[in-house]
Design a protein around this ligand. Structure first.
Ligand SMILES: NC(=O)c1ccc[n+]([C@@H]2O[C@H](COP(=O)([O-])OP(=O)(O)OC[C@H]3O[C@@H](n4cnc5c(N)ncnc54)[C@H](O)[C@@H]3O)[C@@H](O)[C@H]2O)c1
Length: 267
């Protein structure tokens, strides 16, 4: 029987790249997103993909979407909790409760709900793999707005906690922590101006990490699909940074002059 995957935020960026690779690998893919048009276009482009209109703020949308998966496909092998927004920017002094709650619902609570409903199905099957897309902003400060950082840190801790519970049901739960990746989350646009806008973002991100370029969505998707697959069968409760070395340490060219002399290759 064909393996089945459910990908939230699957209509764009990292989620869409994940759907593409899963589809090529032989999965039936459910693209769960609020972007109906983009999701439907992608579903048509891929082999055996179905678009589901799912708002990850609503628990009932997860229930409805996953019920459709079980009716049509009778199994859920992979759940990718990927949908998110950047959320509120600005200083802590101006943060409102409404802004915080919106970020928390979309970035963090959605992962809890997606995991809860996938786990119910996977526990009955006695197998499954859940991959949560977190961020390096959940590992270290300084990479994002406050609420985004807090929510992504919570996603990582939640991943570890639930992995421990579900291991005995043959369900693995892992997180991927992307660095700076060239997706519409940074531009707010997918229109004709996308190429020009993302080019500027890419130029500004050259010195963000040791590998001197922004990452591509497919480079995160490959890690997500590896964690989703049996190839990572002994990996659970992990948060894998895929970030061009951004969290490996301070890059040499940004060091104060004194420390530059420690550089093993160049002075
Ligand atoms: N791009 C980066 O640099 C980067 C870095 C670290 C982490 N991430 C994480 O990667 C994941 C994917 O982001 P991306 O960069 O591909 O961004 P993106 O904006 O291209 O994709 C996000 C998708 O989530 C969907 N979405 C947003 N709110 C939703 C809701 N309420 N219900 C359902 N779907 C919703 C959007 O419609 C969109 O399709 C996110 O979790 C993001 O936080 C991205």
């Amino acid at each position: 029987m064909k393996k089945t995957a459910f990908v939230t935020g699957g209509a764009s960026g990292i989620g869409a790249a994940t759907c593409r690779i899963l589809s090529k690998t032989g999965y039936r893919v459910y693209i769960a997103d609020i972007q109906r048009e983009a999701g439907q276009i992608l579903a048509q482009e891929l082999d055996d993909a179905i678009f589901l209109e799912v708002n990850v703020r609503n628990e009932s949308d997860f229930e409805r979407g996953l019920a459709q998966v079980m009716t049509e496909s009778n199994q859920l092998d992979v759940m990718v909790n990927n949908a998110a927004i950047v959320g509120t920017l600005g200083p802590i002094s101006s943060l409102t409760v409404e802004q915080y709650d919106l970020s928390q619902e979309i970035i963090q609570r959605s992962v809890v709900l997606g995991t809860k409903h996938a786990a119910k199905i996977m526990q009955a099957q006695k197998m499954g793999s859940i991959v949560n897309v977190a961020s390096i902003a959940g590992l270290l400060g300084g990479y994002s707005p406050h609420t985004y950082a807090a929510c992504k840190a919570a996603v990582i801790q939640f991943t570890q906690s639930v992995a421990l519970e579900l291991a005995e049901d043959n369900i693995r739960v892992n997180a991927v922590c992307p660095g700076a990746i060239a997706t519409p989350i940074h531009t707010g646009t997918t229109g004709p101006e996308w190429q020009q806008t993302i080019k500027k973002v890419k130029e500004s991100c050259i010195d963000f990490q040791a590998i001197p370029r922004m990452g591509e969505p497919s480079e995160i998707a490959e890690a997500v699909v590896w964690l989703a697959s049996e190839k990572s069968s002994y990996v659970t409760g992990q948060a894998l940074a895929v970030d061009g070395g951004a969290t490996a340490g301070k890059i040499w060219r940004d060091q104060p002059e004194f420390f530059k002399s420690f550089h093993p290759v160049r002075s």
